[in-house]
Design a protein around this ligand. Structure first.
Ligand code: NI
Length: 167
């Protein structure tokens, strides 16, 4: 396994819309393992392929306390959404920034597992929020873009300042 480089906002490649996964070959299995390792190492609770510059519809998530419940979602589709909730979100592509974002409170998602087998999850809470955040990545959207323009400008300035400091 190998650690992958995570694209940092405002990298334009984060705005790429990912294509559906069509082949479940060894290269895909390796990418899934590498993404999981990268997410655990970071540490984060979710990572979309977009963030490691692979523009296919693949997400890894683990919201468990024990960090032993890896969830792989391929070609995920939200088929039901209910209610509203807000949560202070962060993102491995936007280090050090945490902001309240509004999302659906409960979702039903259909996806394929790493072997291409279809499954469905009906969930709320942090998992529902995380799945919505990661699917946004596949659609080329980053959570800070849901904020006001002024707030987003401040965040981009802050991120650029931080990047200058780390040489
Ligand atoms: Ni993110």
């Amino acid at each position: 396994m190998a650690l992958l480089n995570i694209l940092q906002y405002p990298d334009e490649r984060l705005h790429t819309v990912a294509k559906p996964v069509a082949t479940f070959d060894d290269a895909l299995q390796k990418l899934i393992d590498d993404m999981a390792e990268t997410m655990y190492e970071a540490p984060g609770i979710g990572l979309a392929a977009t963030q490691v510059n692979h523009h296919i519809r693949l997400i890894v998530i683990d919201v468990s306390e024990e960090r032993n419940n890896l969830l792989v979602l391929i070609n995920p589709q939200i088929v039901e959404m209910d209610g509203k909730t807000t949560y202070e979100e962060g993102c491995l592509s936007v280090p050090g920034i945490y902001e309240e974002v509004e999302r659906a409170d409960h979702i039903k998602v259909q996806a394929l597992d790493r072997n291409g087998q279809p499954y469905e999850i009906s969930t709320g809470g942090l998992l529902a929020i995380c799945i919505q955040h990661e699917i946004d990545h596949l659609d080329g959207k980053v959570f800070v873009e849901k904020l006001s323009r002024l707030k987003l400008q401040r965040i981009v300035q802050k991120l650029k300042k931080n990047q200058r400091k780390t040489m």
